[in-house]
Design a protein around this ligand. Sequence first.
Ligand code: AHG
Ligand code: MN
Ligand code: MN
Length: 340
Amino acid sequence: MSTKTIGTRLHRFIAENEAQYPGATGELSALLAQIGLAGKRISRALSQAGLMDILGASGETNVQGETQQKLDAIANDIFLDAFAYGQLVPAVVTEEMELAAYLPENEVNGKYVVFVDPLDGSSNLDVNGGVGSIFSVRRIDGGGAFTSEDDLIARVSRQQVAAGYFVFGPSTMLVYTCGTASGVQGFTLDPGIGEFLLSHPDIRIPAQGLYYAANEGNVNEWEAGPREFVKWLQSRNTPSGRPYGTRYSGALVSDVHRILLKGGVYFYPATHKAPDGKLRLLYEAAPLAMVLEEAGGAASSGTQRILDVPILRSHQRTPLYIGGTAEISALESFVRAQTA
Ligand code: AHG
Ligand code: MN
Ligand code: MN
């Protein structure tokens, strides 16, 4: 029986795939279903945003010192609510909260910590532009309640067990992977029946890219490596598809989703103002890196594979270069030349 039939409902797809793994407990499947529900609720909130007076700044500043939009807070609450039952997730690390949200009722049985960017690209909200949500699931080593934030970070598995994102565009899509050669699956929400349906099975990034995505307004803030890389992307070389076109929406999820489907590279280098980069490792860079690698692409900090960057803090940042393997190895050689 094929489990990759276009139109298969997310719940059925998860259940049928789970059945292929002897000894699977169903817990990761249940967790993915909770994440799916959160995506549907955020999609609904976004579709009514302009009508319900929930657009705009909330008046709060988040842990990153960024202005929080009302919908950032709403999406955050939706994710926390999704994990509140089922005893699966004792802690959620989210962009919007300095300390993890602890769910003590899930402490005894919960095996997973989820890292989320509840709403990515939220500065696009006021202009009805694209936004997304990003999630990453990590297993907990050892039992018992977390004694501190450091204890949580020390005890989450270095490997993600699942990762993905929602992209809220003309349609809402869920793209995720459970790793270990299970592939990257894309589902599209049918709002009429409130179900995610399999629309993009086994996504592979094209070997040759068409586009690069970067905030090139910062070019003079970048180091020599990315500055030379962008010149290379713009230089003519017809057999290798250069020059690349530029597409940049200001929402990491939308931009990386385009790269995943069309090929190319997204990058957010370190700048003089942000020497560690802007994007966060645990709920932006690492989950997207897992998806892109599983789809045949690559993700780098410039000097290191993103999935090998040591995990030190909940909100640590990293430069990010993510896309096709050819583009990422070209970038790394420009960075090596810069430091040689
Ligand atoms: P968030 O809305 O979760 O804070 O993330 C914003 C990120 C990312 O989505 C985007 O690619 C980048 O910030 C845009 O930054 P610039 O405005 O500097 O281009
Ligand atoms: Mn973000
Ligand atoms: Mn965000």
